[in-house]
Design a protein. Sequence first.
Length: 212
Amino acid sequence: MTKLEEMAKSLIEGQDDKVAELTKMALAEGIGAAEIMNNGLIAGMNVVGARFKEADIFIPEVMLAAKAMTAGMEILQPLLVGSDSQSMGKVILGTVSGDVHKIGKNLVGIMLTGAGFEVIDLGEGVPPQKFIETVVGEQASLIAMSALLTLTMPVMKETIEELKEAGLENQVKTLVGGATVNQEFADEIGADGYAPDAVSAVQKAKELLNLS
């Protein structure tokens, strides 16, 4: 088993300390940061995503794997900035204004990062204008919004309407999700896509940006 195969296996098993150790060892051996990310961390996270989709593993195991992914990415991130690693696209992520739930949103962010996207997480309680300003400033190609409370769901619609008013609807796609959100609501507010879970969010993001 190669170093990167061992890293992927450790990530799948949720061994964050082991993943961090193997990441440092791989770098010390001269393996490039982008190769470690793609063939070690992302390779492992792809397996986690597939197993979650097949109900072979569940949210607790995915969270552990995501924690292990983060442990490796924290070491690689400074080395990846300015490198020739290819980004799948830039995603603006956030829980909408009035809502402070973050577990699902954070998991989506980690999974998107694991798939090779550059994720800018605005956190929780994000108003429509903040999404729009960040899209413009960062030249992002996708907005991913989360809401868990029924009363905050209309903020998603407001954000999409402001996006259209700004003339950006053809430049950036919108993806919505959260426990109270469904496909019918996504269609109703004019969102480009809906995802029921973190794995689906990655698949839908790729689909929306013609990467699948």
